[in-house]
Design a binder for this molecule. Structure first.
Ligand code: C5P
Length: 399
C-alpha cells in the first residue's frame, strides 16, 4: 500500500450538491494513503450525505454546527480551522465559492474557511450555467488571486441533464491534487525515527501496579509531527488513552523491560526520541496477589534499565540523533545539562513538572532545549506546537 499521505491531516468541507456523495469516496482514498480526515458538512451538504456515513468513514466526529456547545468546548472553530495540513472543499458549490470570495462567515464551514491559516483547495461542482456565470467566474478569480487552488471541474453529462463543465473532479483526481500539495515538505522521507511515549506500568502483583501521571500527549504529538514530515515512525507507547497517530506504527508495551525490548527491536533508526516517563524501578516478581496480613508488605524494588542511556551508547547501531527528555522540579537547566552528559544523548528537552505548572498530563508544555551549544528556552505552547518545533529541528539535522 502506498502511503503518500501518512501522518497528513485533511480538513474536508463537504458543500451542498448532488456530487457530495463523491466526498465519501474521497475520504476513503485519503485514508487509504495513510492520511487523516476531519470533516465539516454544510447544511446543504447534509441534504445529500448523512453525517453518520461521513463519520463512519473518517472514524472521527463530524462537525456541522458553529454554535454546537460541545463542539466549541472540545475544539473551537479557530483551532479546528488550523488542525489540518490542508483544507479541501469538495464539492464547492457556487454559493460556497461566493461566500468564500466575499469573506462571509455565517456557518461553521464558512467561518473556518475565513479563520484558517492553511492552504485551501476547492473542487467546484455545479450546473454548467452557474459555473460560467460572470459572478462565479469573478469569485473564482478572486479566490485564485488569494492563493486558493482549484481542481476541476470536469466536463461531461450532469445530474441536471445538461452537458458541459461543472462536474466535480473524480475523487482520484482530487486525491492527486491533495498529494501534490502535501507531499512537498516531507524532509524526513526515507528516515526511520523511534519515539517512546507515555508511562510504564510496573506490576506489584497480578492486580496492582506502579504508574505515573504521564498522558503520552507530548510523545504522541512528536510521533505525528515526524510522520507529517515523511519519517517512518515507530512509536513505542506505554498504556495511554490516546488514539494512534495517523501514519505511525505503534508498538504497545506495559513495562520498562518491554519498552526496552521493543525499542531495541525497532532499531536501526536515524533518530530516537525518548519521551516516555519510564518507571525507574520495578517490583521484584510477584506471582500471586499480595494478601492483607496486618503488616504492610515490603516491596523489593529493582532498578529498571535506562533505555535512553543504553541506546545513546550503542556501538554501531546508535541512531545519528538521540533526544532525551528531562522532567525536573527545580534547577532545570543545570539538572538537564548534567543529565545530557550522564546519558550520552545529543539533545535533552527539559521541562519543569513542578506542582502548579499543569504540564504533566496537561495540554501545554514549556521546555528548554539543551544541545551541545547550550540552553535554548522555548515559549510555553500547546504540546502539538512544541512537537512541530522539535520535528522541525530534527528535520534540520537530516536536510
Ligand atoms: O533519568 P530520568 O528518568 O529523568 O531521564 C529521563 C529521560 O530518560 C527520558 O528521556 C526518558 O524517556 C529516559 N528514560 C529511559 N529509561 C529509563 C528512564 C528514563 O529511557 N529507565
Amino acid at each position: 500500500m502506498s502511503a503518500r499521505l501518512a501522518g497528513r491531516r485533511v480538513l474536508l468541507v463537504i458543500g451542498g450538491g448532488i456530487a457530495a456523495y463523491k466526498a465519501l469516496e474521497l475520504i476513503r482514498l485519503i485514508r487509504k494513503e495513510g492520511g487523516a480526515v476531519r470533516a465539516v458538512i454544510t447544511a446543504g451538504g447534509e441534504k445529500f450525505v448523512t453525517p453518520l456515513s461521513v463519520q463512519a468513514l473518517c472514524e472521527d466526529r463530524v462537525h456541522t454546527d458553529l454554535f454546537s456547545l460541545t463542539g466549541e468546548s472540545e475544539m473551537g472553530h479557530i483551532q479546528l480551522s488550523r488542525s489540518a495540513d490542508l483544507v479541501v472543499v469538495a464539492p464547492a458549490s457556487a454559493d460556497l465559492l461566493a461566500k468564500m470570495a466575499a469573506g462571509m462567515a455565517d456557518d461553521l464551514a464558512t467561518t473556518l474557511l475565513l479563520a484558517t491559516d492553511k492552504e485551501v483547495l476547492v473542487a467546484p461542482a455545479m450546473n454548467v450555467r452557474m459555473w460560467t456565470h460572470p459572478a462565479t467566474v469573478a469569485n473564482l478569480e478572486t479566490l485564485l488571486r488569494r492563493g486558493v487552488s482549484v481542481v476541476g471541474p470536469e466536463e461531461g453529462p450532469m445530474a441536471c441533464g445538461e452537458f458541459g463543465p461543472g462536474r466535480l473532479a473524480e475523487p482520484a483526481a482530487i486525491l492527486e491534487a491533495i498529494v501534490a500539495r502535501l507531499d512537498g515538505e516531507r524532509i524526513l522521507a526515507g528516515r526511520h525515527v523511534v519515539v517512546t511515549s507515555g508511562p510504564t506500568h510496573e506490576p506489584i502483583d497480578p492486580v496492582r501496579y506502579i504508574a505515573n501521571r504521564s498522558s503520552g500527549r507530548q510523545g504522541h504529538a512528536i510521533a505525528a509531527a515526524l510522520a507529517r514530515r515523511g519519517a517512518r515512525v515507530t512509536l513505542v507507547s506505554g498504556p495511554v488513552a490516546l488514539a494512534d497517530p495517523a501514519g505511525v506504527a505503534v508498538v504497545r508495551v506495559e513495562t520498562a523491560l518491554e519498552m526496552r525490548a521493543a525499542v531495541l527491536a525497532a532499531l536501526p533508526a536515524d533518530a530516537a526520541v525518548f519521551c516516555a516517563a519510564v518507571a525507574d524501578w520495578r517490583v521484584e516478581a510477584q506471582g500471586r496477589k499480595i494478601k492483607k496480613t496486618g503488616a504492610p508488605p515490603a516491596l523489593a524494588l529493582v532498578e529498571n534499565p535506562d533505555i535512553l542511556a543504553e541506546v545513546s551508547r550503542l556501538e554501531g547501531r546508535r541512531p545519528r540523533l538521540v533526544v532525551g527528555f528531562a522532567a525536573e522540579t527545580g534547577d532545570l537547566v543545570a539538572q538537564a545539562t548534567a543529565k545530557r552528559a550522564r546519558k550520552g544523548c545529543d539533545w535533552i528537552v527539559a521541562n519543569d513538572v513542578g506542582a502548579g505548572t499543569g504540564i504533566m498530563g496537561g495540554a501545554e508544555n514549556e521546555v528548554v532545549l539543551i544541545t551541545e551549544a547550550g540552553a535554548e528556552p522555548w515559549p510555553r505552547a500547546g504540546k502539538d506546537a512544541v512537537a512541530d518545533r522539535l520535528a522541525e529541528r530534527i528535520s534540520g539535522i537530516f536536510q
